[in-house]
Design a protein around this ligand. Structure first.
Ligand code: CTP
Ligand code: MG
Length: 224
């Protein structure tokens, strides 16, 4: 199976509040984006396209390995993945067998997660996401923050990346998604096109770096 990778790295990282785009912030001395790209390249993904902020192409090119190509992303994650998808696919040729879409902000994702996603695709799933159980009681609140009810935790999952797709399925789903519609992940894009999304086990180490505490935790977990 020929799998290509997309890494979404064009965000600014407002909640992390660093002095540079989040994907360029170092973890154990290497930018988050380099960790994320290596996870894919080390797990059977042949080439990777990285969506980066428009004014940072050179900075990203300087830290990416030769198998990874930076392209200009967009103002939202959906726009960034759309741009990267256009760069990995050629309308005149068949779509790649599989496309894996990963967040630069998940630097310590273990290779086993990628392997599980690729295996589900090889078994015929059109779309697959790594998930974890919800361990806290999870509630709904009203506009004043008053609890209005609890959600059935057993039926809830936290969704991670990389998310995997049959290439033609992802291309078709993005083609159908109107410009300007923003969804938080790619599974939501294919679901909007009516495609069922399977799940495999995620991993706590694939946690997303969002706020400074997450980066401090990741520093403690770097394999040495
Ligand atoms: N992303 C992207 N293009 C955007 C926005 C986000 O490629 N316009 C990417 C980010 O670089 C990140 C991933 O999507 O790897 C998940 O987004 P998030 O964690 O929200 O990162 P940021 O948007 O950069 O952070 P914040 O929301 O705190 O500004
Ligand atoms: Mg964001």
């Amino acid at each position: 199976m020929h799998a290509v990778g997309i890494v979404a790295a064009a965000g600014s990282g407002l909640r992390l509040g660093a002095d540079r785009p989040k994907a360029l912030v170092p973890l154990a001395g290497r930018p988050l984006v380099a960790w994320a790209v290596d996870t894919l390249l080390g797990s059977g993904v042949a080439e990777v396209v990285v969506a980066v902020p428009a004014d940072e192409l050179a900075a990203f090119a300087a830290v990416l390995p030769p198998e990874a190509r930076p392209v200009v992303g967009g103002a939202t994650r959906t726009a960034s993945v759309r741009a990267a998808l256009a760069a990995v696919t050629d309308p005149a040729r068949p779509a790649p067998d599989a496309v894996l879409v990963h967040d630069a902000a998940r630097p310590l994702t273990p290779p086993e997660v990628v392997t599980r996603v690729l295996a589900a695709l090889a078994d015929g799933a059109p779309a697959v996401v790594p998930v974890l159980p919800v361990v806290d009681t999870t509630v709904r609140v009203d506009g004043d923050g008053v609890v209005t009810g609890a959600l059935p935790r057993e039926a809830l999952r936290r969704v991670q990346t990389p998310q995997g797709f049959a290439g033609a399925v992802l291309v078709d789903a993005y083609d159908r998604l109107p410009d300007g519609v923003e969804l938080t992940d790619d599974a939501a894009v294919v679901r909007a096109a009516g495609v069922p999304v399977a799940t495999v086990a995620g991993d706590e180490r694939a946690a997303k770096v969002t706020v400074p505490h997450d980066l401090a935790l990741a520093e403690l977990q770097v394999p040495r």
